[in-house]
Every structure is written in C-alpha cells, then in structure tokens.
Ligand binder design. Structure first.
Ligand SMILES: [Zn+2]
Length: 104
C-alpha cells in the first residue's frame, strides 16, 4: 500500500473508533447475592439475586463497580466497545508503522 492508501485506511479505522462511543474499561463479573430484606426468599436460604459488576484497576487497586439492572445491557455493550477500541488502536498503530516503513 502507498501512503495515500494507508491514510485512507487510517481514516476508516478512526471512523469505526468514533462509532464505538461510549466505552468502559474493565471486565464483567456476574455473581449472586442476598439483598438483605428479611421478607425476601433469599434471606431464608432461597435463590439469591444475580448481580453484575465491572471490575478493573483504578490507581493500582482492583475496583468493583456495581451495575444497576436497568443498565446491564448497555454496560455490556460498553465493555465490548472497549475491547474493539483496543483492537482498533492497535490496527491504527500498525498503519502508522507501515507509513514509517515507506520512508517517504
Ligand atoms: Zn432477596
């Protein structure tokens, strides 16, 4: 590929990147827990409630962020977007390396 083709490729990748917004860094962790209500079945060893967290490092510490039920589908998408974002950044970086190798 020549420089112009590589720049076009980068533009396409950048466009894909913009379409990924929003994104969130972290991993999805689903678990189940008791809600704490004494009148709930879970309190009497019934089935617990499934809950979703996003875990990730913040200032070197692992942080668990609780995801409210009504946001679960959206947040799953944001986590996916972040993975795609990382892949795109890598691809754009590869394009830039190709441009350097052209030595123009
Ligand atoms: Zn409960």
């Amino acid at each position: 590929m020549n420089k112009l083709q590589l720049q076009t490729k980068r533009q396409n990748l950048l466009r894909q990147l913009q379409n990924l917004d929003p994104w969130i860094e972290g991993s999805l962790v689903s678990t189940s827990r008791k809600c704490g209500k004494k009148n709930c079945a879970c309190y009497h060893n019934g089935p617990k409630h499934p809950v979703l967290f996003v875990t990730g490092k913040e200032a070197g510490k692992t942080v668990c962020l609780y995801i409210p039920r009504q946001l679960e589908a959206e947040v799953k998408q944001w986590v996916q977007n972040y993975k795609k974002l990382k892949a795109l950044i890598r691809q754009i970086s590869e394009v830039q390396k190709e441009i350097i190798r052209l030595r123009e």
